[in-house]
Structure formats: C-alpha cells, structure tokens
Design a protein around this ligand. Sequence first.
Ligand SMILES: C[S@@+](CC[C@H](N)C(=O)[O-])C[C@H]1O[C@@H](n2cnc3c(N)ncnc32)[C@H](O)[C@@H]1O
Length: 279
Amino acid sequence: MLCQRCYEYNGGKTLKFRIENKKGSIYFCSETCRASFEEEDNESILRSCLFDLEHWYRSNSCEDNYDDEKKSLEEAWSEIEAWEQEILKTKRKSHMVPKLTETEYSDIIYILDVMFSQYKGTNELELSLFVKLQTNEQDKVAKYPYLLKSYTRMYKYLKLTCGPQLQPFITIDNIRRIIGTSLTNAFGIWSSTVPGEDKEYFGCALYPSASFFNHSCSANVSRTRHGRLISFVTSHPVLQGEELCIQYGNHTTEDYHTRQKDLKEWFFECGCKKCEMRI
Ligand SMILES: C[S@@+](CC[C@H](N)C(=O)[O-])C[C@H]1O[C@@H](n2cnc3c(N)ncnc32)[C@H](O)[C@@H]1O
C-alpha cells in the first residue's frame, strides 16, 4: 500500500492513517502526511474524486481491453466533442459512466492529481512549464492503437463524475495534454528507489521543470525520490558547458541494441555520446 501523500510503500501492509467515507479510503504513512493532504485539499475536492473513483472501480471494473480503435485521433476526439453536446441534454447520466480497467484507474489518479494542481494554481512556475512539455499522444497511439479507446473512456469518466470545481479543466485539449505529456515526461513511482533493484510500479507523478533533462546512457546526474520530492545530484564532476543528463529507465550494463530497443518506449533514438559510439 502506498501513502497518498509521500508515495511511501510499506510492502503491502495496510497503512495506519487514513481519511475515509462510505465510498472509500485514502491511506497515509503518518499523521503529518494526512494533515498535509487535508490542508492542501481543504475544500475536499480531490478526496471526493478519489473516493468516487475507488467506489466506481470496485463495482465497475473490467479487464484490460486491447481492441484497437479504428478511428484516427482527430475522429475519435471529435466524436467525444459531439458526445459532450449530447450529454448536456441528458438528465440521468449515471448509466453512461464507463467501466474502468486497472490501468485506467491508476491513470485517472494521475490526471486528477494534475488537474487538482491546475485548480490550486499555487505553483505558477511548474504550471507555466507544463504547457511547454513535449506531447507524444500521436506516437503512443500509433504504436498501441487500443489506447485511444482508453483515453476517450477516461475522458468520459472524468466528465461524468467530477464535481464543478474540476470541470473547467476537463476539456479535450487539457486532458489530451495531460495524457500526452505524461508519456515521456512523468516520473514513475516505484516501490524501491534503488537502481537495478526489482521493483513494483505504482503510477507516476509530474515535475515539469525536471522534465527538461534529456537522457544519456552515461548520465552525469542521478535522481532520488524522497517522498514527493525528487533530488537531482551530479554523479561525477561536470565540465563547464557540459549538458546535464539523467537516465530514463532502469539500465545498468545493457548493450547498445538493448538500450535503443528499450528507449523506443520514449519514442526517440538515443543520440547520447555512448550510443553515437555504439558502446
Ligand atoms: C522529457 S523530454 C526532455 C526534454 C526535451 N528535450 C524538451 O526540450 O522538451 C524527452 C524528449 O527529449 C528528447 N531526448 C531526450 N534525450 C534524448 C537523447 N539522448 N537522444 C535523443 N533525443 C533525446 C526526445 O525527443 C524525448 O522524447
């Protein structure tokens, strides 16, 4: 189980601190984490969405669905635009909320988190950088066409279930941007932060300013997560003018071809010095 606030993982045991209502529970590793969540979510906006999501997922989940969407990106999203006009005329909408897969459940937590930051608007620098991030929706859907159905299903879920405060952020452009930028910019939250160690993936979090680090297969900056914060520290002396790079993924001693194959998930061919030399 993961602390909602600091992402602390306690090996599958139930965390001691929680906020709950009849729909669900949100767990924390300490009173400090719970209090800090409550303070930030002082209007109960995020917790209400998380409770609803848990409740809906428990009663209406479905298996991962790998049916390819036959439509193009633009066609699929313009159908959503038309769907939105239709639902304005519909009074009872609860039967229209789609079932969710486990992946969608965790992706929606991520989307809610980003929208909640947009709603709070407290970190202006990060929000201004968010709109400059590279989006890879097109590449990702071209490689995995079934994802388009998943993206539009998540959109419908959010539109039909979120309260009025987050609704201004549930626009097709914004949700496409949140999903599209997450693919190559968000940092994974894993059960362990030790490089090379076996670990479980829990989801991801966005730190726009840190997303401008390029990748190198011989990175000179290492990152460590401390709760919600990630620190970036040079791992060896850096020459003046030398680019600071982190390592995407979890490589240790893999050869050139294995690294290039893995980095295809980030949709680029690595042009770092080590790869240029085919080492
Ligand atoms: C998280 S962004 C890094 C910031 C990005 N360069 C920018 O200015 O927005 C990741 C993208 O940067 C580019 N990139 C990062 N490292 C690279 C590398 N070693 N070789 C080629 N392209 C790289 C790729 O386009 C990749 O999808």
